[in-house]
Design a protein around this ligand. Structure first.
Ligand code: F6P
Length: 358
Protein backbone atom coordinates (compact mmCIF):
# COMPACT_ATOMS: atom_id res chain seq x y z
CA UNK A 1 0.00 0.00 0.00
CA UNK A 2 1.17 3.54 -0.79
CA UNK A 3 1.12 6.13 1.98
CA UNK A 4 0.95 9.74 0.91
CA UNK A 5 1.36 12.71 3.25
CA UNK A 6 -0.33 15.99 2.41
CA UNK A 7 -0.14 19.46 3.89
CA UNK A 8 -1.23 23.02 3.14
CA UNK A 9 1.28 25.68 4.14
CA UNK A 10 1.42 29.49 4.36
CA UNK A 11 -1.47 31.89 3.79
CA UNK A 12 -4.62 30.12 2.71
CA UNK A 13 -6.47 30.71 -0.56
CA UNK A 14 -9.72 29.67 -2.18
CA UNK A 15 -8.67 26.58 -4.08
CA UNK A 16 -6.62 24.52 -1.61
CA UNK A 17 -9.42 22.03 -0.99
CA UNK A 18 -10.17 21.72 -4.70
CA UNK A 19 -6.50 20.87 -5.33
CA UNK A 20 -6.29 18.28 -2.54
CA UNK A 21 -9.48 16.76 -3.87
CA UNK A 22 -7.88 16.48 -7.33
CA UNK A 23 -4.88 14.60 -5.92
CA UNK A 24 -6.97 12.37 -3.66
CA UNK A 25 -9.61 11.43 -6.23
CA UNK A 26 -6.92 10.55 -8.76
CA UNK A 27 -5.15 8.29 -6.27
CA UNK A 28 -8.29 6.61 -4.90
CA UNK A 29 -9.66 6.07 -8.42
CA UNK A 30 -6.49 4.73 -9.95
CA UNK A 31 -4.78 2.87 -7.13
CA UNK A 32 -7.35 1.71 -4.62
CA UNK A 33 -4.64 0.64 -2.20
CA UNK A 34 -3.57 4.04 -0.94
CA UNK A 35 -3.67 5.85 2.37
CA UNK A 36 -3.57 9.64 2.58
CA UNK A 37 -2.28 11.21 5.75
CA UNK A 38 -3.23 14.83 6.29
CA UNK A 39 -0.92 16.97 8.43
CA UNK A 40 -2.59 19.68 10.49
CA UNK A 41 -1.52 23.30 10.06
CA UNK A 42 1.15 22.82 7.45
CA UNK A 43 4.76 21.96 8.29
CA UNK A 44 3.92 22.29 11.99
CA UNK A 45 1.87 19.09 11.72
CA UNK A 46 4.77 17.35 10.02
CA UNK A 47 7.22 18.53 12.69
CA UNK A 48 5.09 17.52 15.66
CA UNK A 49 3.40 14.49 14.06
CA UNK A 50 -0.01 16.11 14.28
CA UNK A 51 -1.90 14.25 11.57
CA UNK A 52 -5.00 12.32 10.70
CA UNK A 53 -5.60 9.44 8.37
CA UNK A 54 -7.95 10.76 5.75
CA UNK A 55 -10.98 8.95 4.39
CA UNK A 56 -12.05 9.27 0.78
CA UNK A 57 -15.23 10.96 2.05
CA UNK A 58 -13.07 13.77 3.50
CA UNK A 59 -12.35 14.85 -0.06
CA UNK A 60 -15.98 14.80 -1.21
CA UNK A 61 -18.01 17.99 -1.43
CA UNK A 62 -14.99 20.26 -1.03
CA UNK A 63 -14.47 21.41 -4.62
CA UNK A 64 -16.29 24.65 -3.90
CA UNK A 65 -15.15 25.15 -0.31
CA UNK A 66 -12.64 27.91 0.44
CA UNK A 67 -9.99 27.60 3.15
CA UNK A 68 -8.32 24.28 3.87
CA UNK A 69 -9.70 21.20 5.58
CA UNK A 70 -6.20 20.59 7.01
CA UNK A 71 -5.61 24.07 8.43
CA UNK A 72 -2.43 25.99 7.69
CA UNK A 73 0.28 28.04 9.36
CA UNK A 74 3.24 30.15 8.42
CA UNK A 75 6.56 28.42 9.19
CA UNK A 76 9.15 30.80 7.69
CA UNK A 77 11.86 29.10 5.68
CA UNK A 78 14.56 31.24 7.30
CA UNK A 79 13.64 29.71 10.69
CA UNK A 80 13.65 26.11 9.47
CA UNK A 81 17.29 25.60 10.39
CA UNK A 82 16.79 27.23 13.80
CA UNK A 83 15.85 24.90 16.68
CA UNK A 84 12.30 25.01 18.08
CA UNK A 85 11.46 26.22 21.62
CA UNK A 86 12.67 22.94 23.08
CA UNK A 87 15.91 23.09 21.14
CA UNK A 88 14.90 20.42 18.63
CA UNK A 89 15.95 20.40 14.99
CA UNK A 90 12.82 21.11 12.91
CA UNK A 91 14.10 19.52 9.71
CA UNK A 92 15.10 16.35 11.58
CA UNK A 93 11.66 16.25 13.24
CA UNK A 94 9.94 16.47 9.85
CA UNK A 95 12.14 13.73 8.42
CA UNK A 96 11.50 11.61 11.48
CA UNK A 97 7.70 11.90 11.10
CA UNK A 98 7.94 11.11 7.38
CA UNK A 99 9.99 7.96 8.00
CA UNK A 100 8.09 6.84 11.08
CA UNK A 101 4.82 6.97 9.10
CA UNK A 102 6.58 5.15 6.25
CA UNK A 103 5.42 7.73 3.73
CA UNK A 104 6.12 7.19 0.05
CA UNK A 105 5.67 10.85 -0.78
CA UNK A 106 4.78 14.23 0.71
CA UNK A 107 2.52 16.60 -1.25
CA UNK A 108 3.03 20.26 -0.33
CA UNK A 109 0.45 22.86 -1.33
CA UNK A 110 2.16 26.17 -0.78
CA UNK A 111 3.64 29.40 -2.08
CA UNK A 112 7.18 30.68 -2.27
CA UNK A 113 8.47 30.05 1.24
CA UNK A 114 6.69 26.70 1.47
CA UNK A 115 8.23 25.49 -1.80
CA UNK A 116 11.68 26.48 -0.50
CA UNK A 117 11.09 24.16 2.45
CA UNK A 118 9.71 21.51 0.07
CA UNK A 119 12.98 21.74 -1.86
CA UNK A 120 14.99 21.49 1.35
CA UNK A 121 13.11 18.31 2.32
CA UNK A 122 13.61 16.94 -1.17
CA UNK A 123 17.34 17.59 -0.89
CA UNK A 124 17.26 15.81 2.48
CA UNK A 125 16.08 12.71 0.64
CA UNK A 126 12.28 12.83 1.01
CA UNK A 127 10.00 12.27 -1.99
CA UNK A 128 8.23 15.60 -2.38
CA UNK A 129 5.77 17.06 -4.89
CA UNK A 130 4.86 20.76 -4.77
CA UNK A 131 1.60 22.36 -5.87
CA UNK A 132 1.52 26.12 -6.56
CA UNK A 133 -0.75 27.97 -4.17
CA UNK A 134 -1.04 31.72 -3.71
CA UNK A 135 -3.32 34.62 -4.51
CA UNK A 136 -0.13 36.57 -5.34
CA UNK A 137 0.71 34.50 -8.46
CA UNK A 138 4.39 35.14 -7.74
CA UNK A 139 5.63 31.55 -7.87
CA UNK A 140 8.35 31.04 -10.43
CA UNK A 141 7.93 28.19 -12.94
CA UNK A 142 4.17 28.37 -13.44
CA UNK A 143 2.08 30.85 -15.42
CA UNK A 144 -0.67 30.62 -12.85
CA UNK A 145 -1.06 29.69 -9.22
CA UNK A 146 -4.38 28.48 -7.86
CA UNK A 147 -6.19 31.08 -5.77
CA UNK A 148 -5.04 33.95 -7.96
CA UNK A 149 -8.05 34.18 -10.28
CA UNK A 150 -10.48 33.88 -7.37
CA UNK A 151 -8.71 36.76 -5.63
CA UNK A 152 -8.76 38.78 -8.87
CA UNK A 153 -12.55 38.34 -8.92
CA UNK A 154 -12.90 39.63 -5.36
CA UNK A 155 -10.52 42.58 -5.80
CA UNK A 156 -12.25 43.49 -9.07
CA UNK A 157 -15.60 43.34 -7.36
CA UNK A 158 -14.29 45.73 -4.70
CA UNK A 159 -13.23 48.20 -7.41
CA UNK A 160 -16.61 47.77 -9.17
CA UNK A 161 -18.46 48.61 -5.95
CA UNK A 162 -16.23 51.63 -5.36
CA UNK A 163 -16.93 52.88 -8.90
CA UNK A 164 -20.58 53.68 -8.26
CA UNK A 165 -19.97 55.51 -5.00
CA UNK A 166 -16.93 57.33 -6.46
CA UNK A 167 -19.05 58.51 -9.37
CA UNK A 168 -21.82 59.74 -7.05
CA UNK A 169 -19.54 61.74 -4.78
CA UNK A 170 -16.86 62.86 -7.19
CA UNK A 171 -14.01 61.79 -4.95
CA UNK A 172 -10.66 60.11 -5.36
CA UNK A 173 -10.88 56.50 -4.21
CA UNK A 174 -7.97 54.21 -3.49
CA UNK A 175 -8.40 50.45 -3.30
CA UNK A 176 -5.41 48.71 -1.71
CA UNK A 177 -4.87 45.24 -3.10
CA UNK A 178 -2.87 42.34 -1.65
CA UNK A 179 0.01 40.65 -3.44
CA UNK A 180 2.91 41.03 -1.01
CA UNK A 181 5.95 42.21 -3.00
CA UNK A 182 4.47 41.71 -6.48
CA UNK A 183 1.79 43.44 -8.51
CA UNK A 184 -0.02 40.67 -10.43
CA UNK A 185 -3.22 40.87 -8.40
CA UNK A 186 -3.35 44.67 -8.55
CA UNK A 187 -2.55 44.74 -12.25
CA UNK A 188 -5.27 42.24 -13.16
CA UNK A 189 -7.93 43.63 -10.82
CA UNK A 190 -6.99 47.20 -11.76
CA UNK A 191 -7.45 46.46 -15.47
CA UNK A 192 -10.61 44.42 -14.92
CA UNK A 193 -12.10 47.10 -12.66
CA UNK A 194 -11.21 50.00 -14.95
CA UNK A 195 -8.89 51.74 -12.47
CA UNK A 196 -7.50 55.06 -13.72
CA UNK A 197 -4.18 54.74 -11.93
CA UNK A 198 -2.41 51.51 -10.95
CA UNK A 199 0.57 51.50 -8.60
CA UNK A 200 2.72 48.37 -8.48
CA UNK A 201 5.84 47.40 -6.50
CA UNK A 202 7.66 46.72 -9.78
CA UNK A 203 7.07 50.27 -11.09
CA UNK A 204 8.02 52.81 -8.39
CA UNK A 205 5.76 55.87 -8.58
CA UNK A 206 6.35 59.60 -8.46
CA UNK A 207 3.55 61.14 -6.39
CA UNK A 208 3.65 64.31 -8.51
CA UNK A 209 2.97 62.23 -11.62
CA UNK A 210 0.06 60.55 -9.81
CA UNK A 211 -1.34 63.92 -8.71
CA UNK A 212 -0.97 65.33 -12.23
CA UNK A 213 -2.88 62.37 -13.67
CA UNK A 214 -5.73 63.07 -11.23
CA UNK A 215 -5.72 66.81 -12.00
CA UNK A 216 -5.74 66.05 -15.73
CA UNK A 217 -8.82 63.88 -15.30
CA UNK A 218 -10.57 66.58 -13.28
CA UNK A 219 -9.74 69.15 -15.96
CA UNK A 220 -11.24 66.84 -18.59
CA UNK A 221 -14.49 66.85 -16.63
CA UNK A 222 -14.09 63.47 -14.89
CA UNK A 223 -15.71 63.72 -11.48
CA UNK A 224 -13.71 60.95 -9.85
CA UNK A 225 -10.54 58.91 -10.06
CA UNK A 226 -9.95 55.36 -8.92
CA UNK A 227 -6.53 54.06 -7.94
CA UNK A 228 -5.66 50.39 -7.55
CA UNK A 229 -2.64 50.41 -5.26
CA UNK A 230 -0.66 47.26 -4.49
CA UNK A 231 0.10 46.79 -0.80
CA UNK A 232 3.77 46.63 -1.82
CA UNK A 233 3.74 49.78 -3.98
CA UNK A 234 6.72 52.04 -3.42
CA UNK A 235 7.67 55.60 -4.35
CA UNK A 236 10.71 56.34 -6.50
CA UNK A 237 12.49 58.07 -3.59
CA UNK A 238 11.98 55.10 -1.28
CA UNK A 239 12.92 52.56 -3.94
CA UNK A 240 16.26 54.35 -4.27
CA UNK A 241 17.05 53.75 -0.57
CA UNK A 242 18.92 50.75 0.77
CA UNK A 243 16.85 47.92 2.33
CA UNK A 244 18.08 49.04 5.77
CA UNK A 245 17.00 52.64 5.19
CA UNK A 246 13.64 51.46 3.83
CA UNK A 247 13.06 49.38 6.97
CA UNK A 248 13.89 52.33 9.24
CA UNK A 249 11.54 54.59 7.29
CA UNK A 250 8.80 51.97 7.58
CA UNK A 251 9.21 51.79 11.36
CA UNK A 252 8.57 55.54 11.68
CA UNK A 253 5.78 55.64 9.10
CA UNK A 254 2.61 57.05 10.69
CA UNK A 255 0.28 55.54 8.06
CA UNK A 256 -1.37 52.14 8.55
CA UNK A 257 -0.49 51.15 4.97
CA UNK A 258 0.71 52.53 1.64
CA UNK A 259 -2.80 53.44 0.39
CA UNK A 260 -3.26 55.88 3.28
CA UNK A 261 0.11 57.46 2.62
CA UNK A 262 -0.63 57.86 -1.10
CA UNK A 263 -4.08 59.21 -0.20
CA UNK A 264 -2.70 61.87 2.15
CA UNK A 265 -0.19 63.04 -0.45
CA UNK A 266 -2.85 63.20 -3.17
CA UNK A 267 -5.08 65.30 -0.91
CA UNK A 268 -2.14 67.65 -0.24
CA UNK A 269 -1.23 67.99 -3.90
CA UNK A 270 -4.68 68.14 -5.52
CA UNK A 271 -6.97 69.38 -2.76
CA UNK A 272 -9.40 66.58 -3.69
CA UNK A 273 -11.22 64.52 -1.10
CA UNK A 274 -9.74 61.00 -0.86
CA UNK A 275 -11.14 57.76 0.56
CA UNK A 276 -9.27 54.50 1.07
CA UNK A 277 -10.69 50.97 0.94
CA UNK A 278 -8.68 47.93 2.01
CA UNK A 279 -10.47 44.64 1.17
CA UNK A 280 -7.63 42.75 2.94
CA UNK A 281 -8.16 39.07 3.68
CA UNK A 282 -11.53 39.06 1.92
CA UNK A 283 -9.36 38.54 -1.15
CA UNK A 284 -8.37 35.08 0.12
CA UNK A 285 -11.85 34.06 1.19
CA UNK A 286 -14.98 32.44 -0.17
CA UNK A 287 -15.43 29.81 -2.87
CA UNK A 288 -12.88 29.29 -5.65
CA UNK A 289 -13.94 30.69 -9.03
CA UNK A 290 -14.56 28.23 -11.90
CA UNK A 291 -11.11 28.92 -13.41
CA UNK A 292 -9.42 27.91 -10.16
CA UNK A 293 -11.60 24.82 -9.77
CA UNK A 294 -10.51 23.68 -13.23
CA UNK A 295 -6.85 24.56 -12.61
CA UNK A 296 -6.83 22.85 -9.22
CA UNK A 297 -8.44 19.71 -10.59
CA UNK A 298 -5.89 19.55 -13.41
CA UNK A 299 -2.89 20.22 -11.16
CA UNK A 300 -4.16 17.79 -8.53
CA UNK A 301 -4.75 15.04 -11.10
CA UNK A 302 -1.28 15.63 -12.57
CA UNK A 303 0.29 15.38 -9.10
CA UNK A 304 -1.61 12.12 -8.51
CA UNK A 305 -0.25 10.75 -11.79
CA UNK A 306 3.29 11.76 -10.80
CA UNK A 307 2.95 9.89 -7.53
CA UNK A 308 1.84 6.79 -9.44
CA UNK A 309 4.83 7.20 -11.79
CA UNK A 310 7.21 7.72 -8.84
CA UNK A 311 8.31 11.13 -10.17
CA UNK A 312 9.38 13.29 -7.26
CA UNK A 313 11.21 16.53 -6.56
CA UNK A 314 9.01 18.69 -8.81
CA UNK A 315 6.50 21.50 -8.63
CA UNK A 316 3.47 20.80 -10.80
CA UNK A 317 2.71 23.97 -12.74
CA UNK A 318 1.00 25.17 -15.88
CA UNK A 319 2.55 26.89 -18.87
CA UNK A 320 0.70 27.84 -22.06
CA UNK A 321 -2.24 25.82 -20.72
CA UNK A 322 -0.15 22.65 -20.46
CA UNK A 323 0.87 20.93 -17.26
CA UNK A 324 4.60 21.12 -16.59
CA UNK A 325 6.91 19.61 -13.97
CA UNK A 326 9.49 22.09 -12.74
CA UNK A 327 12.35 20.89 -10.49
CA UNK A 328 11.79 22.24 -6.96
CA UNK A 329 15.45 23.32 -6.96
CA UNK A 330 14.67 25.68 -9.88
CA UNK A 331 11.59 27.14 -8.18
CA UNK A 332 13.05 27.67 -4.71
CA UNK A 333 13.91 31.25 -3.87
CA UNK A 334 12.77 32.81 -7.14
CA UNK A 335 9.97 35.36 -7.44
CA UNK A 336 7.90 35.79 -10.58
CA UNK A 337 7.41 39.54 -10.87
CA UNK A 338 5.55 41.82 -13.28
CA UNK A 339 8.01 43.12 -15.87
CA UNK A 340 7.55 46.88 -16.32
CA UNK A 341 8.13 46.33 -20.06
CA UNK A 342 5.62 43.52 -20.53
CA UNK A 343 2.81 43.74 -23.09
CA UNK A 344 0.12 44.01 -20.46
CA UNK A 345 1.64 47.19 -19.00
CA UNK A 346 2.15 48.64 -22.47
CA UNK A 347 -1.47 47.89 -23.39
CA UNK A 348 -2.74 49.37 -20.12
CA UNK A 349 -0.78 52.54 -20.84
CA UNK A 350 -2.24 52.64 -24.37
CA UNK A 351 -5.76 52.85 -22.93
CA UNK A 352 -4.69 55.73 -20.71
CA UNK A 353 -3.97 54.04 -17.38
CA UNK A 354 -1.24 55.81 -15.43
CA UNK A 355 1.31 53.81 -13.44
CA UNK A 356 2.59 56.96 -11.80
CA UNK A 357 5.98 56.62 -13.45
CA UNK A 358 5.90 58.96 -16.45
O1 F6P B 1 0.70 35.58 0.24
C1 F6P B 1 -0.67 35.82 0.36
C2 F6P B 1 -0.93 37.07 1.16
O2 F6P B 1 -2.33 37.26 1.24
C3 F6P B 1 -0.25 38.33 0.63
O3 F6P B 1 -0.91 38.87 -0.47
C4 F6P B 1 -0.25 39.18 1.86
O4 F6P B 1 0.80 40.12 1.83
C5 F6P B 1 -0.03 38.18 2.97
O5 F6P B 1 -0.43 36.93 2.46
C6 F6P B 1 -0.79 38.47 4.24
O6 F6P B 1 -0.36 37.57 5.18
P1 F6P B 1 -1.11 37.22 6.54
O7 F6P B 1 -2.30 36.38 6.20
O8 F6P B 1 -0.10 36.48 7.32
O9 F6P B 1 -1.54 38.53 7.14
Amino acid sequence: MMRIGMLTSGGDCQSLNATMRGVAKTLYNSMGDVEIIGFEEGYKGLMYADYRIMKSSDFSGILTEGGTILGTSRQPFKLMRQPDEQGRDKVEMMKHTYHRLRLDCLVVLGGNGSQKTANLLSQEGLNVIGLPKTIDNDLWGTDMTFGFQSAVNIATNAIDCIHTTAASHGRVFIVEIMGHKVGWLTLHAGLAGGADIILLPEIPYDINVVADAIKKRAKAGKRFSILAVAEGAISKENAALSKKEQKKLQQNNPYPSIAYEVGARINELTGQEVRVTVPGHMQRGGAPCPYDRVLSTRLGAAAGKMIMDGKYGYLVGIRNNEIVNVPLADVAGKLKMVSPDCDMIKEAKLVGISFGDE
